[in-house]
Design a protein around this ligand. Sequence first.
Ligand code: S3P
Length: 454
Amino acid sequence: MSKEYIFDITPGGRLSGDIRVPGDKSISHRSIMFGSLADGVTEVEGFLEGEDSLATLAAFRRMGVVIDGPTQGRVLIHGVGMHGLRAPDGPLDLGNSGTSMRLMAGLLAGQPFDTTLTGDASLSRRPMRRVTQPLGEMGARIETEAAGTPPLRLRGGSPLRGLRYDMPVASAQVKSALLLAGLYAEGETCVTEPAPTRDHTERMLTAFGYLITRHHNTVCVKGGGRLNPVRIAIPADISSAAFFLVGAAIAPGSDVTLTDVGINPTRIGVINILQQMGACIDIVNKRMFGGEPVADLRVRAGELRGIDIPVEQVPLAIDEFPALFIAAACATGRTVLTGAEELRVKESDRIQVMADGLRTLGIHAEPTLDGIVIEGKGGESTVQGTDFKSVPIFGGGEIESHGDHRIAMSFAMAGLRAAAPIRIHDCKNVDTSFPRFAGLARGAGLGIQVRGEG
Ligand code: S3P
C-alpha cells in the first residue's frame, strides 16, 4: 500500500526564468508504437519519461520489441516491422493511460494473437465503446465489461476491412485507433471528425513514409503499407507548459519563457483562450522539430478578463481546462465553458472535481452538463490605490485531486494567488505526465513541498 502523496503550497510568489517542460505525451506514445512497427531502428530524443508513455514502452517490450533507454529522453526502438509483434505472456497493464489503451486497441485489433489490455482504477472506469464499436465494424473482436469499460479482450486473427466512419465525438484517440487498425485492414479506412482534433498520428505516420490523405475533415489510410524508421525530436508538451502559462499569467511580476514547446495548431487552444482573456504571451523562435512546429513561449503576468470560451477551441485545449479554470477564477468577470462534456470522462470528472476544488477555495463555480460557469474574482480586488494584482484570489484549503494529474498541478498554481496554504491530496499521478513537476515549479518560484511517497 503506497503512502499518500500530497502537495503543500505556500501562498504567494511569482514565476520566472526559462523552463523546459518534459516531452509531449501524445507524441511520445506514438513514437514507441510506430517505431516498433518500422523496419529498422528509430531514434527518439525528448521522450517523456512519465508513467503513461513508459506503460506504452513496456507493453511493446512485452510484445518482443527491443527498446534501449530511455536515458535522458533518448530511446532507440529496434522495430520489428508491421507483422513482427509477438503475443505477450499475459495482460498488458496500461496504468492510467487512456491514450495507450485506445490507440493500442486499434493497433492490436489486426494482430494474429490475442491480447488483454488492463488499467488502474481510473482507466477501468473510462468509456471504451467509442473505439470497440467502430473497430467491431471493421471486423475486430473485442470484449469489454458490460459497461463498455476495460479490461479489453482482443481476439487475434480477425481479418479487418476498411471503414468509413463519421465520429460522433471529436476525439483524436478514436481517430487514431481507427487509422492504426486501418494499417492492417483490407482497403481504405476514412475517419471524418466533427471538429479538428490533434493530428500527431497523421503527421508521424507521414514522417515514417506512410501515405495518409486528408480532404477537409476526413483523413484516410490504406492497409498493407510499411513504415520506414526515422529520427524523432519530441517537442516539450504544451499540456505541461499550460500550468506555467497560467501560473505566470496570474501571478504579479512573473516573466517565464517556456522553451521548445510544441505549437501544433491542433493543440494551441490554451494559448488562443488565454490570449483572448488578455494574457500576455509572445510566441518566438518558431521552428520545426521533424513534422511538428515548436516555439518558445514568453508569458508575463497581466490582467485577465472572463470570456465565453469559443466552442471550436474546446478540442484544441481539451487537456488544459483544469489550468484554464484557475485563470478564469483570477479574471475580471464571468467565464463560460460549453460543449465540453468530454471533460467528464477524462482521468476524473474534470468539471465536477474542478468545481468542487474552486468552491473550496472560495470561488463561485457552477458545473453544467457540458461545461462550467466561473465567476472571476479579478475585478473584486480592484481597490483604489491598491496594486490590484497583488490581492489574493483564492482562500486556502484542502483539495481532492481524485488522482488526476492535471487537477493536482492546476491547483498547485492557484497557490500563487492564494491567501493561505493549499494542501492537494492524491498527487502521485502527476508522474504520469510530468515527472519532477514539483522541482521544476519550485525552481521557477512556486512554494511547493511534496509530502509522502508513492
Ligand atoms: C490524446 C487525445 C485526447 C487527450 C489525451 C491524449 C491523444 O483525448 O485528452 O490526453 O494522444 O490522442 P481525446 O482524443 O479522447 O479527446
